[in-house]
Design a protein around this ligand. Structure first.
Ligand SMILES: Nc1ncnc2c1ncn2[C@@H]1O[C@H](COP(=O)(O)OP(=O)(O)OP(=O)(O)O)[C@@H](O)[C@H]1O
Ligand SMILES: [Mg+2]
Length: 231
């Protein structure tokens, strides 16, 4: 069992704009998550949570600092390498679910397995059915995203993230559109499935429930972990 961190960020800075319009979104972030850990990233609106996640996923570039995720130096990847890395290695859940509108719920989830796993059709079908049942949306598998509620779509998005048994799952406000009972259910499954798979979970959220479920809560303020409030 490796003791290498699952996520290691050091001295990460990100500044948007220039001159008077400059925003220091990240001001030297240092952060480590160990394999299998569930970390909730909290902090006021504008404190830099989404910026940090976007940099971790190679969707945005820091100005300085280093980022390593599951052994990959994300800050060193070219744009094309980052696209391929996200497609095959990390699981991502955003508030906007990104389900493909013309595919059914089941097809949306199955697509990930077709890309990432060497499984035949019947293996894929049973794995997809298992995860959809675990998330309580098995009965909606033939529905298109537009025929689902926001909460149901979010469960499919989480099913899609978990189905290929990822090492790392990064989520930005995954319970943002859910009522508290649904959020509780979805978090319970997210937690138990990620424990079973040894997945490291990093979830940015304003939801106190997520913070209660997490192994550790990390608070961002003004572009730093544990930083001071802006003047
Ligand atoms: N593309 C951008 N261009 C300019 N400024 C940006 C951009 N994206 C974010 N910012 C600024 O960077 C700062 C951090 O924003 P970020 O979205 O990371 O905050 P957050 O902690 O995720 O907030 P929330 O809780 O509201 O989602 C904010 O001041 C924001 O206005
Ligand atoms: Mg945000």
């Amino acid at each position: 069992m490796s003791t290498k961190p699952a996520i290691a960020v050091a001295g990460l800075t990100r500044t948007y704009g220039s001159g008077d319009a400059q925003v220091h979104a990240l001001r030297g972030v240092d952060f480590i998550a160990t394999p299998g850990e569930f970390v909730a990233l909290t902090g006021p609106s504008g404190s830099g949570k989404t910026t940090l996640l976007n940099c971790l996923l190679g969707l945005d570039r820091g100005d300085s600092g280093t980022i390593e995720v599951a052994g990959t130096a994300v800050d060193q990847l070219t744009y094309e390498q980052a696209v391929e890395w996200r497609r095959t290695k990390v699981a991502i859940v955003f508030q906007a679910t990104g389900l493909i509108p013309h595919l059914t719920g089941e097809e949306n989830v199955d697509m990930v397995l077709r890309i990432r796993a060497a499984m035949d059709r019947s293996e894929r079908q049973s794995r997809v059915a298992e995860i959809l049942d675990a998330l309580g949306v098995g009965e909606l598998s033939e529905h298109l995203p537009e025929e689902m509620s926001g909460g149901q779509r979010q469960r499919f998005a989480i099913a899609r993230a978990l189905v290929a048994e990822p090492t790392i799952l990064v989520a930005d406000e995954p319970t943002g559109e859910l009522d508290s009972d649904t959020a509780q259910d979805v978090l319970g499954v997210l937690r138990s499935e990620s424990e079973r798979l040894g997945t490291t979970l990093l979830i940015a959220t304003h939801d106190r429930l997520v913070a209660t479920e997490a192994d550790r809560v990390v608070t961002m303020r003004n572009g730093q972990i544990g930083g001071a409030d802006p003047q």
